[in-house]
Write a protein that binds this ligand. Structure first.
Ligand SMILES: Cc1cc2nc3c(=O)[nH]c(=O)nc-3n(C[C@H](O)[C@H](O)[C@H](O)COP(=O)(O)OP(=O)(O)OC[C@H]3O[C@@H](n4cnc5c(N)ncnc54)[C@H](O)[C@@H]3O)c2cc1C
Length: 489
């Protein structure tokens, strides 16, 4: 799958391709400033946060390059661009802010990188119905800041809030750190507007619910650019919370803490933030918390109506006590809030020669602790691995997400190590019945395990893809859907 990747980066030697009349036609749609064949623009849109892409860049290689970068300003421009691309068999890869973790935005077959950042407006704030409609290229922080200024919150806070777009969230089926109260992106999307590969525009109805067959617009949630382009999103919003309560507890074991969380959510409480760290991450993230020494820490944040959250906090305290938890105060939550967007350590480690990655999976309560132990063991067994730590977050009445952080200093080839690392992690996850991804999506890399994850359902997904995109121009090679045609010579 990956052999043909890896052109050496020499920006000044990247010839600007001359597509003559075709490039002119794209310019006539989006304006001359909306098309670029410049080396810097092509390099800026050729990768995301997938660690393989980072490894290549550090070696002076680009994983793949788009031939043209196109910046549309409206859904009608997106429609015209896709129509022209389809007529000429040109691959199109939508690009948000490139924070995806699995290579989803890599323009595997060249063609067009469709950068959505000029479509970044708030189209409508509907106060009566608590909805907002935005364009997909709106930056996550800007989205939340806009809502806060008007007295609302969007309730979606991925760690990548500052470097991702609302369209990217929907395309990747994302989940934010406050998800236990507000839900994941699929719970927030009321309706979508999307452009199909032939240029047709579809629009879902902005109503609380419909029972009129499958929602075609919702098919785009998690489609990662393979079915078309999301051009407008209507989301649920909430009044800015009246009050917040912070509390934390330490436990002797992960098992006891998981039991407290399970009982809490199954009783109907919905803390906004629920995060349980294993011993290594407790020591790493909360070195100043004496109560956490040699134990695991659970961080809880409740927000919303003062009366409701007071009752939730009381229940949490009671259940934590019953499972041997010791109260550790609000400070660990304050510390988490202050540091939650810090991701600099990974870049430092990469420069020191490490391979760093994160893997997020989901599991039922019955398997929550065994999956952690099994995946950690499998990952540590891969030679060169220095760390496999984890935490649980995004909890549900039926289970939780498990998020593992991996650091390795392999002696030999880093790509080969990376392949073995992921192989071990995915195989152990699948063998214990876990889902191979909770919120980062599939992109290029996780496509390798999509058949094991989905079975026959992957064939059905391929049939939907083929029906909507018979030429296979949309984000070829992603979601494990298979290879498609190339940009014509
Ligand atoms: C440090 C860090 C922390 C992260 N934390 C979280 C987290 O807490 N929760 C979480 O869910 N994820 C997280 N992620 C993953 C990533 O941020 C999300 O997947 C995000 O949703 C991607 O948004 P983006 O705008 O950067 O999209 P990109 O990376 O640019 O694109 C992602 C995919 O979506 C497609 N796409 C983008 N825009 C559109 C569109 N308008 N129409 C159709 N397809 C489109 C692209 O083709 C690509 O396949 C994190 C990533 C990093 C690097």
């Amino acid at each position: 799958m990956l052999e043909h990747l890896g052109r050496t980066i020499q920006e000044e030697r990247l010839p600007a391709p001359d597509y003559g009349a075709l490039a002119e036609k794209f310019r006539s749609i989006v304006g001359s400033e909306g098309v670029s064949a410049g080396g810097a623009d092509r390099l800026a849109t050729c990768r995301d946060y997938w660690p393989m892409g980072t490894l290549w860049f550090l070696e002076g290689k680009a994983p793949a390059l788009p031939d043209l970068v196109v910046w549309p300003r409206s859904s009608s421009e997106v429609a015209a661009v896709l129509k022209l691309a389809a007529e000429n068999n040109i691959p199109v890869t939508p690009y948000g802010e490139g924070s995806g973790a699995l290579g989803g935005a890599v323009p595997l077959q060249g063609g067009i990188a469709l950068d959505m950042k000029r479509m970044n407006r708030v189209l409508k704030l509907d106060r009566d119905n608590l909805m907002v409609t935005v364009e997909p290229g709106l930056n996550g922080s800007r989205y939340e800041e806009y809502l806060n200024r008007h007295g609302y919150t969007g309730g979606h806070f991925p760690q990548s809030l500052r470097c991702s777009t609302v369209g990217g969230w929907v395309a990747c089926r994302a989940a934010g750190t406050f998800s236990t109260r507000y839900g994941k992106i699929e719970d927030m999307v009321v309706s979508l507007e999307a452009v199909l590969p032939d240029g047709k525009v579809i629009r879902g109805r902005k109503l609380p619910r419909t029972s009129t067959g499958p929602r075609v617009d919702h098919l785009f949630i998690g489609s990662e650019g393979t079915l078309g382009v999301i051009t407008a999103i209507t989301l649920r919003i909430w009044p800015y919370p009246e009050k917040r309560i912070y509390c934390s507890y330490t436990f002797e074991t992960i098992e006891r803490a998981l039991e407290a969380i399970r009982r809490l959510v199954q009783a109907g409480a919905r803390p906004a933030v629920v995060r349980l760290y294993d011993p290594a991450e407790t020591a790493h993230h909360f070195p100043d918390c004496e109560a956490a020494a040699g134990r695991v820490i659970l961080v809880l944040l409740f927000e919303g109506d003062a009366g409701i959250i007071a009752a939730e906090e009381q229940l949490a305290a009671k259940l934590a006590r019953e499972e041997g938890g010791l109260a550790a105060g609000p400070e660990p939550v304050e510390h988490w809030l202050e540091t939650r967007f810090n991701v600099g350590l990974a870049s430092k480690l990469f420069r020191q020669g490490a391979v760093v990655d994160t893997i997020e999976v989901s599991t039922n309560w019955t398997n929550a602790a065994p999956l952690y132990h099994a995946m950690q063991k499998a990952i540590l067994a891969v030679e060169g691995t220095a760390l496999a730590s984890g935490h649980y977050s995004h909890v549900y009445p039926e289970g939780a997400a498990l998020y593992l952080t991996l650091v390795g200093f392999p002696a030999g080839d880093k790509r080969e190590y990376y392949r073995r690392l992921w192989g071990a992690a995915m195989e152990s996850c699948l063998s214990l019945g876990g889902a191979i991804s909770h919120h980062h999506g599939v992109g290029l890399h996780r496509g390798l395990w999509m058949a094991q994850e989905h079975g026959k359902a992957l064939e059905a997904l391929r049939m939907i893809k083929e029906a909507l995109d018979p030429q296979g121009i949309m984000n070829p090679g992603k979601l494990g859907l298979g290879e498609v045609k190339k940009w014509p010579e």
